[in-house]
Design a protein around this ligand. Structure first.
Ligand code: SF4
Length: 495
């Protein structure tokens, strides 16, 4: 059997070695290919994906959850609760950060979820350290009885490294300990601070994932892929394994032992912020390194200018024209709908997905997009009756709750569901059919597309003139992704 070399292959081997029998995911850039390679089961949203894993863990099965960066926001509620509530068998969450966003509406640094949820967060630098981090994640998760987060990026998943030997490390089945119910919520948090955080600090300080090379009086502290980029530059390098908790004692010793320190990390100055009060610490906050994703040249340039204050350069903001924009596909059945929406003068909220492609010229049919599943809630808040343009996967993800709320609170919204039966922009994964649920909730009509634009416009106007909330299920066959022909590895590509 071929030994793994890429970050993705390393993660798959680690899941096998760890015996992670339950694997869940929600597609999105940059983790779709990894999740499919893992054979993970798709969930409607990240909260449910984590909840399934928590249930598996509570009943003695190791579980792995794979989500994109913004997915961390969706699963944050059970994540934060799980840290003090504790778990059973090992549970690892792989969070995929989209640096220089290629398939997300935001550039997020998932490492902030480590301190927020008070959970161990590992930030591997190479395929080998990704394999080791996932295995260590399961071990620490079972030791501390909390989930452990491992942060990855697109670059790390595609990076190649030396072959990685299999290292089975299954652990024994551990069930949820009901003794915790004897404590109040405050008592659980006290226990967490007293025991879990202290043990996590011990794990961070003693981890074999930490790498230290000492050479001269200038040093680099690095986490994640920048630690691999910073190798062999003729200065000291402390590559840390945990971004939370940080190995504070080791870091203090490293900082004290050097005259100047460069902190190389991405995308935000997460570690640098913790030590920014020291004048010897340089990095993104001081302007020596750019924000966002780093390249080796950035680190080399920063080292050359480390002895002087950084010169602030005027920044040119990346534009859609510069990067290119896929837009609505040629032959898309929803084009008449996008055109008709552009002709109607009411506010339109869209969702992440194909609706976002209709935001720009020549359609300009969507005004605002606040993330996957948001359109119905946002449109419910418009000052007058507006339209929510929601994909069928987005409706299942979290859009349905917005419609339930609209009905409950008697808000007026017209939900137009792009029903193509797939999550088209993440590779054509099947989307659940919620038409009968919609029909049970609100008056619902079906619209077969493509259809003449005038007819579509007329239907939209008729539905807008009705009182209360209603839905149009716009049925169209995606010409790029149909369930039987879907390319599972494709990724969301939208600037
Ligand atoms: S991916 Fe499919 S549904 Fe989306 S714009 Fe292209 S053809 Fe239309």
């Amino acid at each position: 059997m071929m030994k793994p070399k890429s970050g993705q292959e390393a993660a798959v081997l680690a899941a096998q070695d760890a015996g992670a029998s339950v694997r869940t995911y929600v597609p999105g850039y940059p983790i779709t290919d990894l999740a499919i390679a893992l054979g993970a089961e798709i969930s409607v949203n990240e909260k449910v994906a984590l909840e399934i894993a928590l249930g598996a863990s509570a009943t003695g099965r190791r579980a792995l959850v794979v989500v994109k960066q913004v997915g961390m926001n969706i699963l944050a509620d059970p994540l934060v609760i799980s840290s003090t509530h504790t778990i059973g068998s090992g549970l690892v969450i792989i969070a995929g950060d989209d640096l220089g966003p290629k398939g997300s509406q935001a550039e997020m640094d998932s490492r902030f979820y480590g301190p927020l949820a008070e959970l161990p967060m590992l930030d591997p630098s190479s395929p080998a350290s990704l394999h080791a981090s996932i295995l260590e994640g399961f071990t620490v998760s079972e030791w501390l009885r909390v989930p452990v987060i491992v942060r990855v990026t697109a670059s790390l998943l595609s990076d190649e490294g030396p072959e990685i030997p299999s290292r089975p490390s299954r652990g024994g089945p551990a069930h949820f300990d009901r003794d915790g119910w004897d404590l109040t919520m405050r008592g659980k948090h006290q226990r967490h601070h007293d025991r879990i955080v202290a043990f996590a600090e011990e794990a961070s300080e003693s981890s074999t994932l930490n790498r230290l090379d000492v050479s001269g009086n200038v040093g680099i502290i690095a986490s994640g892929r920048p630690a691999a980029l910073a190798q062999g530059l003729g200065v000291s390098l402390f590559s840390i394994g945990y971004s939370n908790p940080l190995p504070a004692k080791l870091l203090r010793r490293f900082i004290d032992g050097h005259r100047l320190i460069l902190v190389a990390e991405e995308p935000e100055p997460f570690i640098e912020s913790c030590y920014a009060c020291s004048p010897k610490i340089k990095g993104k906050l001081t302007g020596h390194l750019p924000r966002g994703q780093l390249e080796r040249e950035d680190i080399v340039r920063a080292l050359e200018g480390l002895h002087a204050p950084a010169q602030k350069k005027p920044q040119v903001y990346e534009s859609v024209a510069e990067r290119g924009y896929p837009g609505v596909c040629e032959g898309c059945p929803f084009i008449p709908l996008f055109r008709a929406l552009g002709r109607i003068d009411v506010p339109v909220a869209g969702d992440a997905g194909c609706a976002i492609r209709a935001t720009r010229q020549p359609y300009q049919s969507v005004d605002v997009v606040y993330g996957l599943g948001s359109s119905v809630g946002v449109a419910s808040g418009f000052s007058s009756k507006g339209i929510a343009l929601v994909g069928d996967f987005a409706l299942a993800h979290s859009g349905l709750q917005g419609l339930i709320n609209a009905v409950w609170q008697k808000r007026e919204v017209l939900a137009v569901v792009l029903k193509n039966d797939v999550a088209a922009m993440t590779g054509g994964q099947d989307a659940p059919d919620l038409t009968s649920l919609l029909e049970a909730l609100v008056p619902t009509v079906r619209l077969q597309l493509p259809a003449p634009e005038d007819e579509v416009e007329l239907l939209l106007r008729e539905e807008l003139n009705k009182r209360g909330s209603s839905a149009i299920v716009a049925l169209g066959r995606c010409t790029k992704q149909v369930p039987s022909q879907a390319s599972p590895g494709a990724s969301l590509k939208d600037p």
